[in-house]
Design a protein around this ligand. Structure first.
Ligand SMILES: Nc1ncnc2c1ncn2[C@@H]1O[C@H](COP(=O)(O)OP(=O)(O)OP(=O)(O)O)[C@@H](O)[C@H]1O
Ligand SMILES: [Mg+2]
Length: 436
């Protein structure tokens, strides 16, 4: 079963490494934040509220003693100067409703402290003004209206704490991003080099760098590249050598046959011609991955050249090329690949169409013919070297069954691929896709 959370996880290495840093960071902040609120802020706020409630209780108790108006004023003044409480007495008034307007945390702490210390009906309004909290207390025949500055009830350390926490995390996150990006770069370079090598492009300026593990992977990649190149060149040299060495005795045989004037040597001559044709095929196959470097090649111009050459054999080939563009290719290898495919099309069909267009992040070349086509179950087989479908249906072209192998070798060597399909013209469609 697919794990749905995976779809939300970042795909890139940088994203994932940052996530590994960010999630513990957020968790750490949450935990420390919760501990701070639970143990510290709660207690501090209650203590502040109790301090204020204690002061209010003192004022209330002092005012309850029957004193002169002058003494009352002195008490109010002391409350203002020493306790920062703004006290007013409203004689004869009664609290309208016994409601408490204290929805926030600070208000609820004050309510708790007032119940503990004052023990008289009261109302608290924390929303009336932005700088004060107002408290109304019912006395025997008056209402005491007190304005408390918020500063006395509020501890600002919590905001300083949160600001520090968020600020430091952002700085740490920024530093981590910069460092991680530098760590990821060598891996990206290695991926690009491997991709380029797969497409047959030059990777000679790639150098191992970065962390030890990445460096080791890069060194292993370079060693692998060396081995592959060595194997290719050994294969090429061997095939080319054998083909070349066989040519000399064959040529000698042909010359000797020429001298046997009195005998009928047509069959022998045609056998030798076929063998020479085969050797040409092997040589072409061997050279397929030769030393030719890939260069940016205009696909339309290349197609025009190949089609024109094929037209000289007296065939009418339609060429449709929508937009010109350049793709890194080995031009002569690629020409051979196209010629092989066109030769097949000409051998099997009458009407041939060649098209090229830009599709996705590459170029697509399509060659259609109206011949018998290739049945679906044989479409993989025909790419094998020396494989030819049922000789009876093939026109006698003296082929050896290497044409499509070479074609696929060349296309894959450029990072592309080749597909056989059913053509809308009734025969075979060869579709080549090449990346930019
Ligand atoms: N356009 C086509 N229509 C029908 N069959 C095809 C077509 N192209 C290739 N084939 C079949 O695929 C087989 C393999 O083709 P391939 O080009 O590799 O070899 P070949 O043409 O027989 O020989 P070579 O190209 O080496 O001279 C052919 O023998 C043929 O049967
Ligand atoms: Mg062929």
């Amino acid at each position: 079963m697919a794990f749905p959370i995976k779809t939300y996880l970042p795909k890139s290495l940088l994203g994932r490494s940052l996530m590994i840093i960010v999630i513990p960071l957020i968790l750490l902040q949450l935990v420390s934040g919760i501990i701070f609120f639970e143990s510290h802020w709660d207690k501090v706020s209650l203590r502040l509220a109790r301090g204020v409630a204690g002061d209010i209780a003192s004022v209330v108790n002092l005012l309850r003693i029957k004193t002169s108006a002058k003494n009352q004023l002195t008490i109010i003044e002391i409350a203002k100067d020493n306790m920062q409480l703004d006290v007013k007495i409203r004689e004869g008034s009664i609290l309208k409703k016994d409601i408490v307007v204290a929805s926030d945390f600070m208000g609820s702490m004050l309510v708790r402290a007032m119940h503990e210390y004052v023990r008289k009906p009261f109302q608290i309004d924390t929303r009336k003004t932005s700088r004060h909290v107002s408290v109304d207390i019912q006395l025997a025949n008056a209402v005491l209206h007190i304005l408390i500055p918020r500063k006395r009830l509020f501890s600002s350390t919590v905001f300083v704490f949160v600001a520090w926490m968020v600020g430091i995390s952002l700085i740490l996150f920024g530093v981590a991003t910069i460092f991680m990006r530098n760590q990821v770069k060598p891996i990206q370079r290695l991926a690009i080099a491997a991709d380029d090598f797969g497409k047959g492009r030059d990777v000679s300026n790639f150098k191992p760098e970065g962390a030890t593990e990445v460096r080791r992977a890069a060194i292993a990649f370079l060693a692998m590249r060396e081995r592959i190149l060595r194997q290719i060149s050994q294969r090429t040299e061997m095939l080319a050598g054998v083909s070349h060495d066989l040519r000399t005795p064959l040529t000698r045989m042909r010359l000797q046959l020429e001298m046997l004037g009195n005998y009928d040597t047509t069959e022998l001559k045609s056998d030798i011609a076929e063998m020479e044709h085969m050797l040409d095929g092997y040589l072409a196959f061997a050279r397929g991955e030769g030393s030719e470097p890939p260069v940016p090649t205009n696909v339309t111009l290349l197609l025009q050249g190949v089609v024109q050459q094929a037209r000289r054999k007296g065939r009418d080939i339609k060429l449709v090329s929508k937009r010109t563009c350049e793709v890194p290719l080995r031009p002569s290898a690629f020409k051979r690949c196209l010629t092989n495919i066109l030769e097949n099309a000409m051998n099997f069909g009458k009407n041939i169409t060649v098209q090229s267009c830009i599709r996705g992040d590459g170029v697509e070349i399509i060659i259609d013919d109206d011949g018998p086509g290739i049945p679906e179950e044989k479409r993989e087989e025909v790419f094998k070297p020396f494989y030819r479908i049922d000789h009876s249906r093939n026109p006698d072209t003296g082929g050896v069954g290497l044409g499509l192998s070479i074609a696929r070798d060349v296309v894959r060597g450029s990072g592309g691929d080749i597909f056989l399909e059913r053509s809308s013209q009734g025969g075979l469609r060869v579709r080549i896709s090449l990346p930019f």
